[in-house]
Design a binder for this molecule. Structure first.
Ligand code: SAM
Ligand code: SF4
Length: 329
């Protein structure tokens, strides 16, 4: 029986966990160039993350996505994933990564029962890749994607954030790359999380409708009615295995079917990516009179403050001051 049901009748069965705020890249839309990361005692230990994940599964969560920051740069991440993969009642363990560690990590992830991977890839041009990530190496990521393909996950999806005058001219090439490699691909509109210097989000905004129009000029897109419970609209392309998703927080409202909550690296349970409503689970975990019943009750009660919808507006200063790496995308 699901126990996590909010005031609007939505069942929460999907938890995203950011296991680190750190990253080996500094993508222009995600982080400032000079980031200060959290001190160790402020972030959840791997044991605490495991305890929370297990509790959520006992409360009916069926799917967990591990993200960050770059989850695979945290020491012990692969051991944590193996433990989570063995949780009884968890149907899907999935991971979002920038791909930089996949050459070595992919086989271990597969053994840990990670079912699917989302790998970020915004451009196929090595110079642009370096500019967008500020220090990433495209070749290494492409080798990582190749290794992951060979290892054989149930599905691999590329995530591309599209910015006007940066990489918007590459949407067709990225789709062709996905087709050639039998991968899915999602295009993500930039979300206004945190202020990033030297980067104007309103100017960089390139809508899903514009991406769709660019793709429709080259590919035959068919609306796919798969309801994944996520924020994507999906399309397939004739005679290929590739599905194309559009994640459009600005142009389309996906809140009415929201089934997810997020655990930040500091142990805050965020009820909505676009709002600050949250509950401090770390405080409960570290309290001297901790009990698993109290933790469970706090999670059940948190459903009462899950907002109806998010509050993004790309043309205004962000109402959300945390960066994406704190929350996990
Ligand atoms: N480091 C991993 C990665 O890049 O895949 C996982 C964490 S990252 C925060 C997760 C996803 O969020 C990535 O696909 C990234 O492109 C996306 N992202 C980061 N900042 C964003 C923003 N401001 N708007 C939209 N997507 C963003
Ligand atoms: Fe790192 Fe991912 Fe953020 Fe890029 S999007 S800086 S890879 S956490």
């Amino acid at each position: 029986m699901p126990q996590l049901i909010d005031r609007f009748g939505r069942t929460v069965d999907y938890l995203r966990i950011s296991i680190t705020d750190r990253c080996d890249f500094r993508c222009v839309y995600c982080m400032a160039e000079d980031m200060t990361f959290l001190p160790r005692n402020q972030i959840l230990s791997l044991e605490e993350i495991y305890t929370l994940a297990k509790t959520f599964v006992e409360l009916g969560v069926k799917k967990i996505r591990i993200t960050g920051g770059e989850p695979l740069v945290r020491k012990g991440a692969l051991e944590l994933l193996s433990q989570l993969g063995a949780l009884e009642g968890l149907h899907e363990l999935v991971l979002t990564t920038n791909g930089s560690q996949l050459v070595t990590a992919a086989p271990i992830l597969k053994a840990a029962k990670v079912k699917r991977l989302n790998i970020s890839l915004d451009t196929l041009d090595a110079k642009k890749f370096k500019e967008l990530t500020r220090n990433g190496d495209l070749k290494n990521v492409l080798n990582g994607i190749d290794t992951a393909k060979k290892v054989g996950f149930e599905r691999i999806k590329l995530n591309a954030v599209i910015l006007k005058n940066r990489n918007h001219d590459e949407v067709c090439d990225l789709v062709q790359f996905a087709i050639d490699n039998a991968l899915d691909i999602s295009f993500i509109e930039e979300m206004p999380l945190g202020i990033v210097e030297k980067h104007n989000r309103a100017e960089a905004y390139y809508s899903s409708d514009e991406i769709y129009a660019d793709l429709a000029a080259r590919f035959e897109l068919q609306k796919n009615n798969d309801n994944t419970g996520g924020p994507s609209d999906y399309f397939s392309i004739s005679n290929t295995q590739t599905r194309i998703g559009f994640i459009s927080p600005h142009s389309h409202n996906f809140c009415s079917t929201c089934n997810r909550v997020r655990l930040t690296v500091e142990g805050r349970l965020l009820l909505c990516l676009g709002n600050e409503h949250s509950v401090d689970l770390k405080e409960i975990l570290r309290s001297p009179n901790f009990s698993s019943e109290k933790l469970k009750q706090a999670i059940i009660d948190s459903m009462q403050i899950k907002p109806e919808k998010h509050e993004f507006n790309v043309t205004e200063q962000p109402v959300i001051f945390r960066y994406m790496n704190m929350t996990g995308g």
